[in-house]
Write a protein that binds this ligand. Structure first.
Ligand code: KG4
Ligand code: ZN
Length: 334
């Protein structure tokens, strides 16, 4: 059987990324241009700045991607692009670039859901086994997705308010840590102690949904009250206590769902999957079961285009195609 070579494009947030993947599993080239430095001083991603950077970076990143590999345009079977969800102006740059390339190079176009991409980042490391449970934890998402076969996604739980990464970034901001705050909280948590008992949002019995806004408010209140009373709280202890709450709920619900649905594999995806505390706790609890746990390398956890090409490969092989009328969809459903 002939190889399937897919070029992936990702511009949903603040990384301009192009990658080429062979057979959905092998990275031939993977270039990511991060804009973090430009957004840092605003304490978050500024949509207009993100779009402009994508416009400036797209051709640079595309050229670099081809410089890193022997693969030529002739060999590319299709172009996969993130069509949503994300920042609409940012998504539009990727979608329009992909459409222009599809037209100019006469290659089929495949729109990809950003979360499907995060899930398929795992397949770049290990073949999937179904049924599979995916925990997706990023700046915009906190979801438990059941997959019974390739390309099929069943949402069994999701956040009712803030995403886990969003809670990390907001707490980090209160502690005056730079954007994105997740990695900084993670580092502080490693040297702090859980001295504050923050709430755990378990929600109703049997629910696989999440909620992080209550925890975020509890952290804000704790900091304000301590200030008023002249108490000093150590940032590392706040970080450790906050992280303990997030990690405990994410881990417990993932374990419960994995057992309830009798899955053959658990995978973790999204930027927060880079969290050392979460990785350690998941590894500990799953090592006590016979369910294999897969967490991709940190550079495949955060936004990249290899994951879009990997998810796009399955969509392409299943015959899914997008037309040149493909549009960015900021709130696309999985
Ligand atoms: O998947 P991603 O790169 O972009 C989205 O699609 O959202 O995730 C970014 C999120 C940010 O909220 C960032 O703070 C968080 O992932 N993050 C972390 C860590 N590394 C990145 N959160 C906790 N601990 C980390 N080590
Ligand atoms: Zn993402």
């Amino acid at each position: 059987k002939k190889d399937t070579i897919i070029l992936g494009i990702e511009t949903s947030c603040d990384e301009t990324a192009v990658s080429i993947v062979r057979n959905g599993t092998e990275i031939m080239t993977n270039v990511v241009a991060s804009q973090i430095e430009s957004h840092k001083r605003f304490g978050g991603v500024v949509p207009e700045i993100a779009s402009r950077h994508h416009v400036e970076q797209m051709t640079v990143v595309l050229e670099k991607a081809f410089e890193n590999t022997d693969i030529t345009w002739d060999e590319v079977d299709a172009i996969a692009v993130t069509e949503g969800p994300g920042l609409v102006g940012a998504l539009l740059v990727g979608v329009n670039s992909a459409k222009a390339l599809s037209f100019a190079k006469q290659k089929p176009l495949v729109g990809v859901h950003h979360i499907a991409g995060h899930i398929y980042a795992n397949r770049l490391e290990k073949e999937f086994e179904f049924p599979l449970l995916a925990l997706i934890v990023s700046g915009g998402h906190t979801e438990l997705v059941l997959m019974r076969e390739h390309g099929s996604y069943e949402l069994i739980g999701e956040t009712r308010d803030d995403a886990a990464g969003e809670a990390y970034d907001k707490v980090a901001r209160m502690l005056n840590l730079p954007y994105p705050g997740g990695p900084h909280i993670d580092q502080l948590a490693a040297i702090g102690e859980e001295t504050i008992a923050f709430p755990r949002a378990w929600l109703e019995e049997g629910s696989y949904d999440f909620s992080f806004s209550g925890l975020k408010s509890a952290v804000i209140n704790k900091i304000h009250n301590a200030k008023q009373r002249g108490e000093t709280l150590k940032n590392e202890d706040i970080a450790a206590s906050f992280q303990a709450s997030v990690v405990e709920v994410l881990t417990a619900k993932t374990l419960k769902a994995a057992k309830a649905y009798n899955v053959k594999q658990v995978i973790v995806a999204g930027g927060v999957a880079a969290n050392k505390g979460l990785r350690r706790e998941l590894e500990t609890v799953f090592s006590e079961t016979d369910i294999p746990l897969l967490i991709p390398d940190i550079k495949l956890c955060t936004d990249n285009a290899a994951m879009i090409a990997a998810a796009g490969t399955i969509a392409f092989e299943q015959g899914r195609r997008s037309g040149l009328d493909l549009n960015a969809n900021a709130s696309l459903q999985l």
